[in-house]
Structures are given as C-alpha cells and as structure tokens.
Design a protein around this ligand. Structure first.
Ligand SMILES: CC(C)(COP(=O)(O)OP(=O)(O)OC[C@H]1O[C@@H](n2cnc3c(N)ncnc32)[C@H](O)[C@@H]1OP(=O)(O)O)[C@@H](O)C(=O)NCCC(=O)NCCS
Length: 143
C-alpha cells in the first residue's frame, strides 16, 4: 500500500474501554494475498472478548453469537494489535461485549489505526453445558 492510500491514524484510543489483549501476527497467520487471515483475527477477537465476561461468569462459558464483525482495514505481519473491550449488556445467563482492534503498523508504532470492530455474546454454562445464571455482585464496575 502506498503512503498516499494509508489509513489515517486515530488520534486517540477509545475511552472507557479496557485493554484485554496485545498480539503481533506472524507470517504463518497470512492468507493467499499476504494479508493476515480474517479467521485468525476472529479467533483473537473471540479470546479477547471473553476476558471481561470471565470476571462475571466465574466458571465455564461458551460463545453463543457473533452479532457483528467488521474488518475495517487489513492487518499486516508485524503490526502490533491492541484489543479493547467493553461490556455492553449483562443478561440473565449471557454477556454481550464490544471489541475494538487497533493496529500500530510495522513502521509507525505509536500511531493507532482501527482495523476491526465486533460484538459477541457469551453464555455462562454449567457442567452439563446448559446455560446458568450469572452470579451478581462479584465484580467491581471498572472506573
Ligand atoms: C450456548 C448454549 C449453551 C446456549 O444454549 P441455549 O439453549 O441456546 O440457551 P438459551 O436459548 O437459554 O439462551 C441463553 C442465553 O443466550 C442468549 N442467546 C441465545 N442465542 C443467542 C443469539 N443468537 N444471539 C445472542 N444471544 C443469544 C439468550 O438471549 C440467553 O441470554 P439471557 O439469559 O442473558 O437472556 C448452546 O447454544 C451451545 O452450547 N452452543 C454452542 C456453544 C459453542 O460451542 N461455542 C463455541 C463455538 S466454536
């Protein structure tokens, strides 16, 4: 990609979101175009999205839905990816989380470009894999 067509870096990272994962994709994570494979990004987002629900669920959970997934910009080998998450909704047995992914590109560390945003829902499950109620009052609201 030429310098003229590079996406403009974000001026600021999202407020009120928690940094839940940082990872650097490697050549083995590429698709046939040489960009990072979308399925690899989805797997990282699923892991990152589970971090905040895990604090509430206090046990087993499963991803029940990917409500939305937008690949806004390609990800390249060597980008430093930062995953920020925010709990959108806590239901009876489920928690919905928004995940935003920002890249510091290989030669532009410190400048952040949003590459992906997604919404996922996780369900607390019991030992039989059935939905169970999310325990209340176990987590302090993040400040
Ligand atoms: C997760 C699972 C246990 C839920 O069982 P279920 O019988 O469908 O559960 P329910 O219909 O009672 O719904 C449970 C919760 O999930 C939510 N939910 C169910 N389907 C949903 C969907 N498509 N989108 C968003 N939320 C959904 C319900 O709203 C409910 O939330 P609430 O209790 O907070 O209101 C079951 O679907 C399952 O085992 N799925 C496979 C999970 C898995 O293997 N994930 C990894 C995929 S690689």
């Amino acid at each position: 990609m030429s310098a003229e067509s590079s996406p403009r870096p974000e001026s600021a990272l999202p407020l009120g979101r928690e940094l839940v994962l940082k990872v650097i994709p490697m050549p083995a994570d590429c698709n046939a175009n040489g960009d990072i494979f979308g399925g690899w990004v989805m797997a990282q987002v699923d892991l990152a999205g589970s971090v905040l629900p895990a604090r509430h669920v206090q046990g087993r959970m499963a991803t029940v839905a990917v409500n939305q997934f937008i690949f806004k910009q390609p990800v390249r080998v060597g980008d430093i990816l930062s995953f920020f998450a925010h709990v959108e909704r806590i239901g009876n047995t489920s928690i919905t989380v928004q995940v935003e992914v920002f890249a510091e590109q290989f030669r532009s560390q410190g400048a952040y470009v949003k590459v992906t945003e997604a919404s996922l829902t996780y369900v607390a499950i019991d030992d039989q894999g059935k939905p169970r109620k999310i325990p209340r009052g176990t987590v302090q609201a993040p400040t």
